[in-house]
Design a protein around this ligand. Structure first.
Ligand code: BJ8
Length: 431
């Protein structure tokens, strides 16, 4: 029996079909449990559900066909890899699959157990021969962000971009030279020289994807958001895997539906609930546990301060440069503005969190930290100091992808929700 109609292709790609079926079943269950728990979803979310399913079938076939026609693709692990340059060279950047708990233990073959689940999940997929993209990549591009990732690239011999750890002039110069080298690398893979015309088109295309995500997430600022935090996460998760024009078309439909919902006063939430900003590590496709724990406990996740949230779409590349050099500089500048916790100091992130609290009307912050992610874990203390100064409470969740601690998490989340409700009642009483 074919799991999803793509067994022939998956077999050709060296995928272990028995394990892959098990993985797909596992992922479907988690998807149903988390996103399926949202009541009264916009009908156009259906496309995004299907896109998750397609990431193990139809999308794989599309990329295989693209390569057969002479195109190239690379695996990426981080939003520092400049997607517009890769696209301009005819190289599709595809994020490695790293959100499923199913594959975590398969990483033990090469990695210690005490590193973050995102890394273990990704490489567990590769080592168990269940990642359909493994053989579709003409290269994998890593980056020097956290220690666990840096050393993983060493072990596996990937191409690495050096992301500086500070943001001074020398760091900017280093990063610009890395971006230029990346351009040479992708040109070498595809044999296609990047022209200013093509790069401009790709800058505009990638900017449209970010601007579209900004529009969708803008709805979450409303007192009654027409889209839940879970569904907004799903849109972001799908964004990086799917064909950009198809993704943009689906988003337009969703935006129209959200506008209609706002006009009719339809909220994504059944009853009142405190608004929280979720800050920290990414939740890649397959993982929505913390969003689920919060929203199924009556809280509203109204903003995501993460790489599967605003960190990916906050800044656009300046489109005014006229020549190739100017465009590359504009791209380097935009990527250097990303506020990942691997930077020291990372004051921009603190400022961004404070600004987001106001923009999205958040009453509290929940730090979402993947186990063993030291940079985000320690940085939560820096953010907490700034939050204390403006009297915004926070809750820190350090967890992995498994659902074993869900009930425990929900108990903590519910009492945080009660605290936020009590504070808001006090504010109302005092006014
Ligand atoms: S820009 S957040 S995508 S590095 S969670 S693997 S940091 S131990 S994912 Fe990240 Fe780029 Fe930064 Fe974003 Fe390491 Fe932490 Fe794991 Fe992480």
């Amino acid at each position: 029996m074919e799991a999803n109609g793509y067994d022939g292709l998956l077999r050709e790609l060296g995928v272990d079909l028995t394990l892959h079926r098990d993985l797909v079943r596992y992922n479907r269950d988690i998807h149903r449990r988390t996103f399926g728990s949202v009541r009264n979803r916009p009908a156009s979310m259906r496309w995004f559900d299907d896109a998750v399913e397609a990431s193990h079938g139809g999308r794989v076939a599309e990329i295989a066909a693209y390569r057969k026609a002479g195109g190239r693709s690379i695996g990426t692990f981080c939003i520092y890899v400049p997607e517009e340059i890769a696209l301009a060279a005819g190289v599709l950047p595809i994020p490695l699959c790293g959100g499923t708990n199913w594959s975590v233990d398969y990483a033990d073959r090469m990695f210690p157990r005490d590193i973050c689940p995102l890394i273990r999940s990704t490489f567990g997929m590769a080592f168990s021969n269940t990642c359909p993209y493994k053989k579709l990549h003409d290269g994998v591009v890593g980056e020097t962000t956290c220690d666990a990732k840096k050393k993983a690239w060493d072990l596996l011999g990937f191409q690495v971009m050096e992301v500086p750890q500070k943001k001074g002039d020398l760091d900017h110069a280093l990063w610009l030279s890395e971006v230029r080298q990346f351009l040479k690398y992708v040109e070498g893979l595809s044999g296609v020289a990047v022209t200013p015309e093509r790069l401009r088109e790709c800058i505009i295309l990638a900017n449209r994807r970010r601007a579209t995500l900004q529009r969708i997430n803008g709805f979450r600022r409303l007192p009654e958001p027409p889209i839940s935090g879970l569904d907004a996460l799903l849109v972001s998760q799908v964004a990086l895997n799917q064909d950009i024009p198809a993704f943009l078309a689906a988003c337009e439909e969703l935006i129209h539906e959200l506008e209609r919902r706002v006009q009719r006063g339809i909220s994504a939430y059944q009853g009142p609930g405190p608004r929280v900003l979720l800050a920290g590590t990414p939740s890649p496709m397959g993982n929505a546990k913390v969003h689920y724990a919060l929203e199924s406990s009556g809280l509203r996740v109204v903003a995501d301060e993460s790489c599967t949230g605003i960190r990916y779409y906050r800044d656009l590349v300046d489109e005014s440069a006229e020549d190739l050099d100017g465009m590359i500089e504009a791209i380097a500048d935009r990527y250097m503005s990303i506020d990942c916790s691997c930077f020291s100091p990372n004051t921009e992130r603190v400022e961004h969190v404070l600004r987001m609290i106001k923009e999205y009307g958040a009453e509290g912050v929940v730090h979402n930290i993947l186990s063993f992610c030291h940079t985000y874990n320690v940085e939560s203390k820096v953010i907490d100091r700034a939050l204390a100064a403006v009297h915004v409470p926070s809750l820190k969740i350090v967890t992995d992808y498994s659902f074993e601690d869900l009930e425990q998490l929900k108990v903590r989340v519910e009492s945080f929700g009660e605290l936020l409700c009590a504070r808001s009642a006090e504010t109302v009483a005092a006014s």
